[in-house]
Design a protein around this ligand. Structure first.
Ligand code: BMA
Length: 834
């Protein structure tokens, strides 16, 4: 018999000291006294924080009480801040960093608890170290076995052709492991396993007779063989369909069936998972200088366009807000992203998250939850980590979206470079590092999944082991010739491509900006500028944002109103991120063969200055619109080097197509009119799934020869398929000089709502924007006291025609709110450029 009882428990608590939560069990299910022993014996409570209970904070185990004719479940918790502090008393040596930098306004010793590390504060986030039960808790009662998890390993085998000329047949072999639990050690279990790959293979019945291990578990193994022609590949976003197949398992118990006091209805345990047929290789072959580092999916080499994911909320129970998660993943997919790195300071995400990633074709680079710190390596800690990894990885392993496992975020480079003053005791911390990541986590991961690539850290040198010391730490984990890098330039002007260099794979890089949504969070009488300062946790405060803007535009940033600061910071972030991403993207196939760009970071946990492309309220920053274009399947990159030489590249992520005849056109505009004053055209053959160099142009010489003044010109680039020279597939731009002292005037921008429709609570309007002269980076914000979230079809764009339409969409329940012109604010950069 198996009964699942759900406790719907409210928010996690932010408590001090020890508190007890008493949860009444559902009324319609009363434990009778004579059944209580049986029930309690079989209760399964996953332990280890990154399971369903924040067990690290549970001071006393779970108790049942029976009164008022009702059963109660009583769980006692203790403040995580206190719990972490208490652990420090038991340590033989300090595990740094003891506290986060002061500017984080954070709490100390996050690394001593297995809990969302960033809940103690981060450089983009607040401290909210919550405690409590953050998922529905199930009590499972069964007198047979329960199917907990299903994992599988995929391989392909070919049957040799029997006769010359025959096509050889290929089969997928799927080796499943079905993890079952009886809750009782050495229990004799006998029954039938019924399994099928829905609509493709089976059902099959296999009789099993086994004893559970000391943890009351058993592993049942079955294999299914499928012809490759009977199923279709699962592809990442943009490369094909995300075909998913359902594997279903049922257990029919032949012993529990005889137990008379339960009804026959309950002797089945069942579970199903979605699986996808795809292969993944992380190719690390020798190159002239180092090793390559790229993903080959279903035999195709793929450049990973992506971002880094942090938790969608600081309170874990809010991560169950499926709307927020869905909207973020949709936004990632729609921006042409195909990989997200689930960063190690957050959480192992929900089943819902990974299911959507499977459905949308978003590959997951999965960090284990360790970030920016040293960690304990005593026996108790290692044991809990082992349980955590086993619990989490068995749960998520079946998702085709998961591409890779990495043991931690930046802990190898932190140790090597002594970020937390570990230098004088290097061997001690390095030996702990080795015990935790190399000997425990990597080993555990390999035992669960032999198919996926595993990295001991990010960044790391990947498979390059020659310069590792005896603890497994590389001389330079940031070496750009091996593995992945994290790159944040300081002190260079990131609006110029010379600030960046190629690497094999950039798994983190990015720039901060301010969000727009301050009005929703500022209190009455509070100053938004002060609030921005307060929520800025970067140790260098706003100085990097300000420096980047002021180096490029004539403006005194601190004297601006908050809205203008937001605007300029977002433009600056968009320009720098675009250029850096293009440097990586054009590196495909060159001497470095750069094959991945995952910018930092997709989302936010609150309204604060951060590196995100999507604000906490769900609205897009300018950079999100720009990155959509930079990551488009067909695009053009216009790269200008330090000598003002332009190189144009055509980029294609298309597979299964022939070489395409294409044209790049360069239209030259003057800032005072919409007339094209010169056109250059280059024809080229776009190679599929690669980068093609189109041409070079000495910009200064070209402008000089034509007698064009740098201050007066804008260069626009358009990509056309030769079958259609009307609709451009992609575009790009260059300001041939600087962004200062341009002969540019106020564009005299006006707008009207050219259409305004609300039906069934969905409001759609079209904004018609009119200008007299070209407008730079047109930025639209929508402010309505009742409407917090909206979508624009474009934002932060260059307008070089007198009229342009932008679509605005938002939810308007019962179509109750009217929209007037006051709700819109539209800015351009023109006034800062002259
Ligand atoms: C990286 C990340 C985060 C951090 C980001 C920006 O190092 O791993 O820890 O938020 O940089 O500083």
């Amino acid at each position: 018999m198996r009964i699942a009882i759900l406790f719907l428990i409210s928010a996690c608590l932010l408590l001090h000291g020890t508190e007890a939560i008493s949860v009444p069990l559902r009324n319609d299910w009363i434990l009778k006294n004579d059944e209580r022993d049986i029930e309690i014996k079989n209760i399964q409570i996953p332990s280890g924080i990154f399971s369903d209970l924040e067990a690290a904070n549970i001071t006393e185990s779970i108790l049942f009480s029976y009164n008022d004719g009702k059963n109660h479940l009583i769980i006692k918790f203790q403040s995580p801040v206190e719990a972490a502090k208490k652990i420090t008393k038991t340590l033989q040596y300090s595990i740094p960093p003891e506290c986060p930098p002061k500017i984080y306004n954070g709490e100390c010793h996050m690394n001593l608890l297995r809990k969302m590390q960033s809940s103690f504060a981060w450089d983009w986030g607040l401290a909210a170290p919550s405690m409590g039960i953050w998922r529905n808790v199930e009590i499972e009662i069964y007198d047979s076995i329960n199917i907990r998890d299903i994992t599988y390993e995929l391989s392909k085998i070919s049957e040799p052709a029997l006769e010359e000329g025959d096509v050889c047949e290929e089969d997928w072999i799927i080796n499943f492991k079905i993890f079952v639990e009886s809750g009782i050690q050495n229990a004799h279990v006998k029954g039938a396993l019924i399994y099928e790959l829905s609509g493709i293979s089976g059902p099959y019945t296999q009789h099993m007779d086994f004893k559970t291990n000391k943890n009351g578990e058993g592993i049942l193994k079955v294999t299914i063989r499928v012809k490759t022609t009977d199923v279709n590949y699962w592809w990442p976003n943009g490369f094909g369909k995300q075909n998913l197949y359902q594997f279903k398992v049922k257990w029919k118990d032949e012993r529990a069936n005889d137990v008379s006091f339960h009804t026959k209805l309950y002797y089945f345990a069942e579970k199903s998972i979605n699986l996808g047929f795809r292969t993944i290789e992380l190719v690390q072959d020798r190159m002239d200088n180092g090793l390559s580092f790229y993903f080959r999916i279903n035999g195709i080499d793929i450049f990973m366009k992506g971002s880094n994911w942090i938790p969608a909320h600081i309170l874990p129970e809010k991560l169950e807000d499926t709307t927020a998660v869905k909207e973020l993943l949709q936004a990632a997919r729609d921006a042409n992203l195909l990989m997200l790195r689930i960063w190690g300071g957050g959480v192992y995400e929900s089943d819902y998250f990974y299911n959507l990633a499977d459905e949308y074709g978003i590959l997951i680079w999965q960090d284990m939850m360790f970030a920016c710190a040293m960690y304990p390596a005593d026996e108790k800690f290692l044991k809990s980590v082992k349980t955590e990894i086993r619990h989490q990885i068995r749960r998520i392993q079946h998702h085709p979206s998961i591409a890779l496992f990495a043991d931690n975020n930046e802990n190898e480079v932190a140790l090597r470079q002594g970020w937390y003053a570990t230098g004088s005791n290097y061997s001690l911390y390095a030996s702990d590092y080795n015990k935790l990541y190399v000997k425990t986590i990597t080993k555990e991961l390999m035992s669960i999944d032999n198919n996926r690539p595993i990295l001991t850290s990010s960044p790391s040198n990947g498979a390059w082991i020659q310069d590792k010391d005896k603890f497994g730490i590389s001389v330079d984990p940031q070496n750009q010739h091996f593995g992945d890098i994290h790159f944040y330039p300081i002190g260079t002007n990131s609006w110029h491509s010379q600030s960046f260099h190629q690497a094999r794979f950039a798994s983190e890089y990015g720039f901060q900006s301010f969000p727009q949504g301050w009005k929703d969070v500022v209190k009455q009488n509070e100053s938004i500028l002060e609030l921005i300062q307060h929520r800025q946790h970067h140790p260098m405060r706003n100085s990097l944002i300000i420096a980047l803007v002021q180096e490029n535009i004539k403006v005194e940033f601190n004297k601006l109103e908050w809205e203008d600061q937001v605007y300029l910071s977002q433009i600056s972030q968009a320009i720098a991120l675009k250029i850096e991403t293009e440097v990586y993207r054009k590196g495909r196939g060159n001497f470095m063969n750069t094959m991945g760009a995952l910018y930092w970071q997709l989302n936010d946990v609150w309204t604060a200055p951060s590196w995100s492309s999507i604000e906490f309220n769900g609205n897009f920053k300018i950079v999100h619109f720009w990155i959509t274009q930079v990551f488009a399947p067909l695009s053009i990159i216009t790269h200008v080097n330090a000598m003002n030489k332009l190189t144009i590249y055509g980029v294609s992520d298309e597979i299964n197509v022939q070489v395409k005849k294409m044209t790049v056109k360069m239209n030259v505009f003057k800032w005072n009119s919409f007339n094209i004053i010169d056109v250059l055209e280059w024809k080229f053959d776009m190679q599929p799934n690669s980068v093609t160099e189109v041409t070079n142009l000495e910009i200064s010489k070209y402008l000089h020869d034509k007698n064009f003044n740098v201050r007066e010109c804008l260069l626009m680039f358009y990509l056309y398929d030769d079958s259609d020279h009307i609709t451009a597939i992609a575009n790009n731009f260059i300001f041939p000089g600087t962004y200062q002292n341009l002969s540019i005037s106020d564009p005299n921008l006006r707008f009207t709502f050219s259409s305004n429709k609300c039906e069934n609570g969905k409001h759609r309007t079209s904004i018609e924007i009119k200008i007299d002269t070209p407008a730079v980076f047109v930025y639209i914000t929508f402010n309505h006291k009742n409407i917090k979230k909206y979508r624009l079809s474009n934002n932060g764009f260059i307008q070089i025609s007198s009229i342009q339409n932008v679509e605005l969409a938002f939810d308007n329940p019962n179509c109750q709110w009217n929209i007037t012109n006051d709700a819109l604010n539209i800015k351009t950069l023109n006034k800062y450029l002259s």
